[in-house]
Design a protein around this ligand. Structure first.
Ligand code: AMP
Ligand code: MG
Length: 335
């Protein structure tokens, strides 16, 4: 665990957003899309975001180096809730080598020839990586539920559809996520909660600005007509699939700046919990490294410092290897 004071603030920020496992959610009643933290202003958010981005970059580098855990981030939301912008801003500081983003659209005919989790399983993160699902396996209990013709296209045998199919899918999804968690893959689930009025405003902006037109389609307006069906499907999903091993976070999405801070905070909180460390080499390897160091130093051309790196850090006494590896060394070598 960490004694970083930022960790405590992050935990406090995200606690009210977590869906308590086993609770019955009535989304429009229980979560306000316009919620922000009391006292936090938009103008303060820039500094907070910068801190968050720097923390994410640091933790992600350690996650990749440790190569033991993986993180899956699932982003769900209605159109215009800010999924793309959240990914763009929250992940802006991380090394692209360790992050993959996958967007899930209407399934292809190949995908429909498999079980419904197949296409998501193909895109899971490797150890050390963060995978972001822009829409996720939760579409299988959202759009597929609101538009049952999607279920018909999935070519299920008769006995596998019909009554109880959604309850079964919730259980299967929970089991799948538990399996992933049990094997070192954390599942972070973010639902961006947008109000109907804010969606209307954002749709109009997409129509009014020519450079945003590509982001809008008449189909989006038709989906909007099913607003209450989606609210119901979200409520049931949140109630049934917020588990102790993979809880849902409802991110208030009407204020983009706050949504991004919260989304970043949930991800950082998960990484803090993992607490990834840079691998340490054994005493034997360390001894070999020091032998090679001596050989390299002996190769210094005339006039060149034996070790340019150490010379570049002149004035900051080289810390003995023991201090660099965490045991008691000289002075206070901690960060
Ligand atoms: P967008 O994210 O705006 O590019 O749109 C992707 C579209 O794919 C949305 O309308 C989703 O509802 C739809 N979609 C995603 N997953 C599924 C699925 N499993 N079955 C049917 N439609 C889906
Ligand atoms: Mg769309």
């Amino acid at each position: 665990m960490t004694d970083d004071p930022r960790a405590k603030r992050i935990a406090e920020l995200i606690a009210p957003l977590r869906v308590k496992p086993g609770s019955q959610v009535d989304l429009p009643h229980d979560f306000d899309p316009a919620y922000t933290l009391k006292g936090l202003k938009k103008k303060d958010s820039v500094g907070q975001m910068e801190t968050g981005i720097a923390m994410l970059a640091d933790y992600q580098a350690r996650l990749a180096a440790q190569d033991t855990y993986g993180v899956l981030v699932c982003l769900q939301a209605l159109d215009a809730a800010g999924k793309d912008g959240t990914i763009k801003h929250v992940m802006s500081g991380v090394n692209p080598q360790g992050v993959q983003v996958h967007s899930f659209k209407v399934p292809s005919s190949e995908e429909l020839n498999h079980d419904y989790l197949w296409r998501y399983a193909q895109r899971l993160p490797a150890r050390g990586d963060i995978a972001i699902f822009n829409r996720s396996h939760y579409e299988e209990v959202l759009v597929v539920r609101v538009h049952p013709e999607n279920l018909d296209r999935q070519k299920l045998p008769d006995e596998c559809k019909g009554k109880g199919v959604w309850e079964r899918r919730y259980r299967e999804i929970n089991d799948w996520e538990r399996y992933l968690t049990d094997n070192g893959f954390k599942v972070v689930k973010l639902f961006l909660n947008l109000s109907r009025e804010e969606q209307r405003a954002r749709f109009l902006k997409r129509i009014d600005l020519p450079e945003k037109n590509w982001k809008f389609s008449a189909a989006d307006a038709r989906e909007r007509e099913r607003w209450s069906d989606y609210q119901e499907a979200f409520s049931q999903m949140l109630s049934a699939t917020s588990t102790p091993w993979a809880p849902w976070y409802v991110i208030p999405a009407d204020r983009k700046w706050f949504a991004r801070i919260c989304a970043g905070a949930v991800l950082i909180d998960t990484l803090i919990e993992i607490d990834p460390r840079y691998p340490q080499v054994s005493e034997e390897t360390r001894r070999q490294l020091l032998e090679v160091k001596q050989e390299l130093e002996a190769q210094a051309p005339k006039g060149a410092p034996a070790d340019p790196f150490e010379a570049g850090h002149a004035g900051q006494p080289a810390r003995p290897a023991s201090a660099r590896r965490g045991s008691a060394g000289r002075g206070s070598a901690g960060r």
